[in-house]
Design a protein around this ligand. Structure first.
Ligand code: NDP
Length: 296
């Protein structure tokens, strides 16, 4: 058996197209342009690439992109003052502070200073609480993208056994909440889980968000299961630099019913969902209907 490949690039392009079409309508019918502010502190090369990519895709979707680049030595007070200014700016509907921040800045303090209604990363403690209690919130982009792909591929998720490997605040925990919200029976596995292979083997849905190259082999996968691989790991094999996931694609795709590749699976969905969240935040701020199919 060979798994269906869930193509994140194609799906992300569809989401971006839906966002763009909605933005065009917002402008024409209401004279409103959604705006996303991205704040980058310091010169971390990977963060610079992400921020550039976010800015480019924001503009391509017809939205306004505001980038604030602060030097690595920026004080907490100056960063909080900028966030306060963005919170009060009516042209800014979404605010994203690129993580990680330099060590001298308190990430929790900074994230919780963002107006929760503009917190398009969904990391503010209010949004975490709203998601946990099944209320309308801003949902973290990566798990939102995973949920969209699962719904698109499987239709209803109700009653399915789901195992999320990883319990981070940005992927594992919100992913588990979203699956629970869709009535899956959810297990969260982590570094202390006993007999993890047996735990994963029970799952109709496996979401791997660990950060360990090719940790999940095919013989952990229940035949026909849907596998979402969040991992992004850079490795070298036979002298070649490669990007691989947390799932061993070759063996898992021989057993699974469907699987996301790395690259080209979850990765492209994350920025698409950031654009979707910015649009949602803009609609909510203006009392307009939320874009259907683009929210959790
Ligand atoms: P974290 O390092 O924050 O969390 C990793 C989790 O994996 C922890 O909960 C840890 O358990 C668990 N873990 C570690 N080793 C094992 C093991 N041997 N068995 C079972 N569980 C284990 O990572 P993130 O959640 O931030 O990211 C996970 C992966 O997803 C990374 O590869 C990252 O690059 C990628 N990622 C991809 C994104 C995308 O857009 N595609 C976005 C965000 C992340 P414990 O808590 O017990 O230590």
């Amino acid at each position: 058996m060979s798994a269906t490949i869930i193509d994140g690039k194609v799906f992300a392009a569809t989401i971006r197209g839906q966002v763009e079409a909605y933005v065009t309508r917002l402008k024409a019918e209401h004279g409103i342009t959604p705006g996303l502010a991205v704040v980058l502190v310091g010169e971390d090369p990977a963060s610079q690439v992400y921020v550039r990519s976010k800015g480019k895709q924001t503009v391509e979707a017809g939205m306004n992109s505001y980038e604030s680049k602060l030097e690595a030595g920026t004080t907490e007070a100056d960063l909080l003052a900028l966030i306060d200014q963005l919170n009060r700016d009516p042209a800014v509907h979404g605010i994203l502070v690129q993580l990680p921040l330099p060590k001298h800045l308190d990430e929790d303090l900074v994230i919780n200073a963002i107006n929760p209604a503009k917190d398009v990363d969904g990391f503010h403690i209010s949004n975490v609480g709203l998601l946990g209690t099944g209320q309308k919130s801003m949902v973290p982009c990566t798990p939102l993208g995973c949920l969209m792909m699962l719904r698109d591929h499987l239709g209803s998720l109700s009653g399915l056994d789901a195992v999320v490997i990883g319990r981070s605040n940005i992927v594992g925990k919100p992913m588990a909440q979203l699956l629970l919200g869709d009535s899956c029976t959810v297990t969260i596995a982590h570094s202390r889980t006993r007999n993890i292979a047996d735990v994963v083997r029970r799952a109709d849905i496996v979401v791997a968000a660990v950060g360990r190259a090719e940790m999940v082999p095919g013989d952990w996968i229940k035949p026909g299961a849907t596998v979402i691989d969040v991992g992004i790991n850079r490795i070298e094999r036979d002298g070649r630099k490669l990007l691989v996931g947390d799932v061993d694609f070759a063996s898992a795709s021989a057993v699974a019913g469907a699987i996301t590749p790395v690259p080209g699976g979850v990765g492209p969905m994350t920025i698409a969902c950031l654009l979707a969240n910015t649009l949602t935040a803009c609609c909510r701020a203006n009392g307009l209907p939320e874009p259907e199919g683009l929210i959790a």
